[in-house]
Write a protein that binds this ligand. Sequence first.
Ligand SMILES: Cc1cc2nc3c(=O)[nH]c(=O)nc-3n(C[C@H](O)[C@H](O)[C@H](O)COP(=O)(O)OP(=O)(O)OC[C@H]3O[C@@H](n4cnc5c(N)ncnc54)[C@H](O)[C@@H]3O)c2cc1C
Length: 422
Amino acid sequence: MLATSLPSPTTFTLSSLLQTFKKTKTTPVHCSSPPPPPPPPPPSMDPQPKGVAVCGGGVIGVCTAYFLAKKGAAVTLIEKSSVACAASGKSGGFLALDWCDGGPLSSLARASFNLHRSLAEELNGTESYGYRPLTTLSLTITESGKQGQSSRVQNLPSWVDGPARDLRAIGSTETTAQVHPQMFTKTLLSKAVEKYGVEVVIGKVESVGVEEGRVDSVVLEGGRVIESDSVVLALGPWSGKFEMLSSLFRVYGLRAHSIVLEPKEPDAITPHALFLSYYPAQGGKPMDPEVYPRPSGEVYLCGMSSEVEVPEDPEQIVGDPESLEVLKRVASTVSSHLVEGEARLKVEQACFLPCTDDSVPVIGEIPGVKGCYVATGHNCWGILNGPATGAAMAELIVDGQSTIVDLAGFSPARFVGRRRKS
Ligand SMILES: Cc1cc2nc3c(=O)[nH]c(=O)nc-3n(C[C@H](O)[C@H](O)[C@H](O)COP(=O)(O)OP(=O)(O)OC[C@H]3O[C@@H](n4cnc5c(N)ncnc54)[C@H](O)[C@@H]3O)c2cc1C
């Protein structure tokens, strides 16, 4: 029977086993046989990589997500409202190669201008988001000179038929260009989703999960947790509402206004961006509105900024009616093609520039929180500097350092120990 073939339990006392073991060890039977292969290593104890959570769907968050995913990272982009709903969708989209030369933004701006050019080739930017080089002029306009001004300034584009003087070319098609900022941001994100697998989540990031000084997740309103090895906070002017950032440095919002006009004769409008010194009829200091004709035939004007509280909901940002009126007056003074009746007012809006106390963006890892990065404070150059910021951030996170731009001067570590302005 089966049971009788089994050794009696007493055979396997500990001492008998040890004896057997010793015997086997000391008297090997086949000295010539190779030693048995070592046992396979235990399964790695490293957890599966969780990927990168990029918080904020403005131009900075989207550029960061794009370049990270292009480098092979698994990226989730989290936006609380809709992609490019704030300044990144409502700004001018003007780009300049060398206007930041001599300052801390010089290399960032130059790298980014060139990246815009190569992205436009890669993504057919001319068609898909209105990328085009253009000539840029500075001129003085005096509102009260509207009637009676007859002598034309030489070399002024024919559609600029208002009371202009002091014309100067300040940018050429080699050094200045433009994009439609919302279309740029959305095109880049579509590519990032379709080609590189970026996942987009609509939800408000409420906090960043940190375990033993290292990021491990982000927590959304409603409790959803997205596990992540790295987190990028690209919240624009809302960075100031995020305690992890506001405890280290100040980001405040400067509200600026813009209008978009559709002239009846779009073909009359040439690709010339205008930077104005505008003297209003009622006197006072000159204002400095900007005018950007777009390839679509629309004309975008912006200006009139002031520091006001950033509302929680980006969709609730409203402009000051008086400031919007001023922009309409500027338009009709600059060109007879832009007066009421000759052009339809398509959009009037406001949005916030994300500003820091030292006017330098904050790009880098947050001191004391491994894996948590910030990219904000791009002020009036976020569309220009989005691509280089995103590419540098991707290198920093994936490779440990950025080669495209030296990020040392942008590090949030510069605020450690500094007294925060309130
Ligand atoms: C009138 C005007 C004209 C401009 N013209 C130009 C120009 O010609 N050229 C140029 O280079 N720059 C220009 N700028 C500047 C540029 O628009 C900004 O620097 C840039 O858009 C900032 O991008 P951002 O991604 O940092 O912020 P934003 O575009 O503000 O995006 C931040 C995003 O974060 C989201 N968010 C906030 N909090 C949360 C949260 N808790 N969870 C999830 N998501 C959140 C918001 O909904 C928003 O979509 C202009 C700005 C203005 C206002």
